[in-house]
Design a protein around this ligand. Structure first.
Ligand code: NIG
Ligand code: FE
Length: 413
């Protein structure tokens, strides 16, 4: 199956040789070709270039005329929690009335509320609810996502969540990476004996997850009021013994030390980072750990944004992700994340797009196959509507500007 897009006004994020990530000053640059074509064969990108260089003898099975439209790699969303049951809009009201995220958690709300709802849901119900979210994410331009467990908080329910993620991976065109997040909160049954719960994660949950091959990565909510650095290190070491690299929730609520621990154990990413100082930035330099920012959570919780500008100006790469979850970011709209990154964190649109494509692909180990327009990569692209420029994407922050989405070389919407 050959799918050809012609007359593209500008084709963005093109690469001759695949790079792993874009750092610092280079993030301001988004390589592009004007008046371009893009050829996809089966699931992969097979050629691209200027229209002038397109051979007239090429015969494609389907041709899309993109006159006046822009083409970009589909968004990569390297941090989500989209397998959950129900919703938590009552807590949204509690927050409006002045309770903090931590206060809600202490009252048995927050993650424990979702754990209760998830426990009562069947695997089929969870799959059906998550499928709606996956389809919505695809419709608004996401082509690859990481999905975490972490609302199970006991072995059986964590496995239930991970099996749902596996089923989503097998039945949808979204490229999916799975992360085991048993250390998301201490379940009610272990209140007062947090270290016994960490023992359970290390001795029972991680081996069970690994024996079914259900997770690519391991995560821990390393923050004030949740899991300590020492506990997180134990979890990272246990994950590593089973071949799972870590992606750590760090420094969302305090200077937790999570960034240092993440780098020490060669985490693939450290995520959130609202509390990041000079020492943390220094530690991230010369590491292979991707700082991943989730401005949707800062927006929704009314917190400070991570110091993205300072990180990039210090030479670091950053990735952006939605953190789609029922408590702190009930949205998987990566275009809105571009708006938050530009408006609230002062990234240029080019920097934000690099962060939401190639760097976010890196943060889930997919940079060889996703995140840019490069021959041999998976044919995951989005076509915009007719807009004045790609700056219009973050600028018109609530407009639906995605015309169509192609995943694995097939038009999916
Ligand atoms: O990434 N920070 C921890 N976990 C999620 C929130 C999950 C929830 O509140 O349900 C986050 O923001
Ligand atoms: Fe999260």
């Amino acid at each position: 199956m050959k799918l050809l897009i012609i007359n593209i006004r500008e084709l963005y994020q093109v690469e001759d040789t695949p790079c792993s990530m874009v750092c610092g000053k280079d993030m301001a640059f988004l390589p592009s070709i004007k008046d371009a074509y893009l050829l996809m064969e089966d699931e992969r990108i097979s050629a691209f270039g200027e229209m002038l260089s397109l051979s007239s003898s090429l015969i494609a099975d389907k041709v899309i005329d993109a006159t006046g439209k822009f083409v970009l790699p589909a968004f990569c969303d390297s941090h989500t929690h989209i397998v959950y049951a129900g919703s938590r809009e009552q807590e949204f009201i509690d927050k409006i009335n002045g309770l903090s995220y931590e206060e809600i958690a202490r009252r048995g709300g927050g993650i424990l509320n979702s754990a209760k709802q998830l426990h009562e849901a069947t695997e089929d119900q969870l799959y059906a609810e998550a499928l709606v979210r996956v389809n919505e994410m695809i419709r608004i331009g996401t082509g690859a996502a990481e999905i975490k467990s972490g609302y199970g908080l006991n072995t059986e329910d964590e496995l239930k969540m991970l099996r749902v993620i596996k089923r989503l991976r097998e039945t949808t065109p979204l490229t999916i990476r799975a992360t085991f997040l048993g250390a998301h909160a201490v379940p009610t049954a272990y209140k007062g004996s947090q270290s016994a719960y960490v023992d359970l994660i290390v001795n029972e949950m991680i081996p069970a997850v690994a024996s079914e091959g259900l997770a690519d990565f391991v995560d821990s909510f390393c923050d004030k009021g949740f899991f300590t650095c020492e506990e997180t290190e134990r979890i990272m070491e246990a994950g590593a013994r089973y071949g799972m690299r870590s992606k750590i929730h760090a420094n969302e609520l305090a200077l937790s030390g999570g960034i240092q621990i993440g780098v020490k154990h060669n985490a693939l990413s450290v995520d959130h980072l609202e509390f990041t100082g000079d020492a943390e930035i220094e530690v991230l330099k010369d590491s292979s750990t991707m700082p991943t920012l989730l401005p949707g959570a800062a927006f929704f919780l009314g917190m400070n944004y991570a110091p993205a500008r300072k990180m990039i100006d210090s030479g670091l790469p950053i990735a952006l992700a939605s953190d789609y979850n029922p408590g702190s970011s009930p949205s998987g709209n990566m275009k809105f994340i571009l708006s938050l990154a530009t408006i609230k964190m002062k990234l240029t649109p080019e920097e934000a797009i690099n962060a939401a494509t190639i760097n976010s692909a890196y943060a889930m180990g997919l940079n060889d196959t996703h995140g840019s327009i490069c021959i041999g990569k998976r044919a995951n692209v989005l076509i915009t509507k007719e807009i004045p420029s790609i700056y219009y994407l973050p600028y018109a922050y609530t407009s639906d500007l995605i015309d169509s989405v192609i995943l694995g070389g097939k038009v999916v919407c």
